[in-house]
Design a protein around this ligand. Sequence first.
Ligand code: HSE
Length: 286
Amino acid sequence: MIEIAVKATTANLGPGFDCMGLALDIENKVIIKESNEEFKDKKNLIYFSIKKVFEIVGKSIPKLQIDQNIQIPISRGLGSSAACIAAGCIAGNILSGANLSIDELINIGTSIEGHPDNIVPAFLGGYTISSLEEDKVVYFRQEAFTGFKYGVMIPDFTLSTTVARNALPDSIQYKDAVFNVAKSALLSAAMITGDGKLLKFACEDKIHQPYRKHLIPGFDEITSMANSMGALGTFLSGAGPTIVSILDSEDDIFEIEMNKFLLGLKGGWSLKVIKASNIGVQAKSI
Ligand code: HSE
């Protein structure tokens, strides 16, 4: 029997579309054991990912039972799919005896998810920048800066990544690409060095948030209110609908004020103030 712990992730962080990610301290636990009965939900992403590893190493998947303690909100832009995929790939590696490296598992996980920005921090924890080079992921990973914490505003409605990706245009203007190149470079500098003053500018984005925000009632109100309440920077978490503010770790006003503000807003928004996590996916035999 294997127990796997895997964290939530936020991706894009504003301008870093499909490449930047950060693990957050919200954890799912998955328990996997061999069973006498066939696993019924073959579309389950954990099962699918285990099976993928077995297929790659040319073995057939045994009968399994999968139990989960889910804390990562589903279809909210907090990496719940990446968490299932990372957990499944790790489990597949152990159960099949494949002994694939973590980088090989990251490549498999990315082939399932389609983009590496949530997958890499789900596997490794910390702050990550990833680039998909054909079928291989090249990445940079750094321990998250301890001087920041994160205000995570989660609505009671979901948004499918497919719908949010379908909202994107086929092409963008050259000046918007230049804007995002500059902002994402500033953002990586801020995340690596902890220079929070940069974040007010660095979290801005012109290539996905403007096209998605109509799918998230309350986005403009929350973003401008968060920034006026002292957030260092605010962005759509992954494909949304969750919104994340980067806060100074000493900030104790934001949580009080934002909770009051969210109470008056439609959408059933709730706030969690949490730390980043430097812990990647972990498996142990129990
Ligand atoms: N980078 C992805 C997107 C994250 O914004 O569509 C969603 O998984």
